[in-house]
Design a protein around this ligand. Sequence first.
Ligand code: UP5
Ligand code: MG
Length: 190
Amino acid sequence: RPASKPRVVFVLGGPGSGKGTQCAKIVDSYGFVHLSAGDLLRAEIKSGSPDGTMIQNMIKEGKIVPSSVTINLLKKAMAESNTDKFLIDGFPRNEENRADFEKVTGILPEFILFFDCPETELERRLLGRNEGRVDDNIETIRKRFKVFIESSLPVIDHYEKIGKARKIDATKSREEVFNAIDPLFRPFLE
Ligand code: UP5
Ligand code: MG
């Protein structure tokens, strides 16, 4: 484990805004480790953990899992990794997530990416994804949108106020979105 303090970028945006898609590209180009909070939670369900049923029910309802559960998974994944550059995708989703992560890890993000995209386009992408996710049905999608607006946008506002939010037009093509975020990561090449 490197001695230096981990450098973290939070990747935020509505459901289906392209967080996972763009994180894969940043990993390829800039040697970041991608930690998707949603993927970690889904892996926890699969592993048969005692929290699995609770997590599954919350994801199905589009609700935000208690901070302690998600933060423990993130901490573990960070500790198991050999790098000190992390893209944390889909977290923090509410003020509790944000404040607890800061308190528990002492880490503040370098900046956050905010993928801005209207719901009509998000809905089109999610319904077209077909990966068998339990939350990719119209009923759950509407709940996810509501939670995003009520709980997650205030977190983005917080980072906007302290000058750490980098807002990206996520309606563009995958390539155009990557071209917009690419310059933000060049400083991490040393
Ligand atoms: N696509 C991507 N980019 C495109 C582009 N530019 N143009 C056209 N199409 C594009 O992309 C979605 C789809 O769109 C894909 O088919 C892609 O090819 C296409 P993707 O990159 O998968 O978008 P992403 O933003 O990652 O969407 P995702 O559905 O993963 O976002 P969510 O934030 O909803 O999901 P997440 O996995 O983060 O969380 C799921 C649930 O877990 C939450 O609702 C919550 O219940 C729980 N959760 C917590 O409780 N706490 C957490 O900290 C995290 C999750
Ligand atoms: Mg994702």
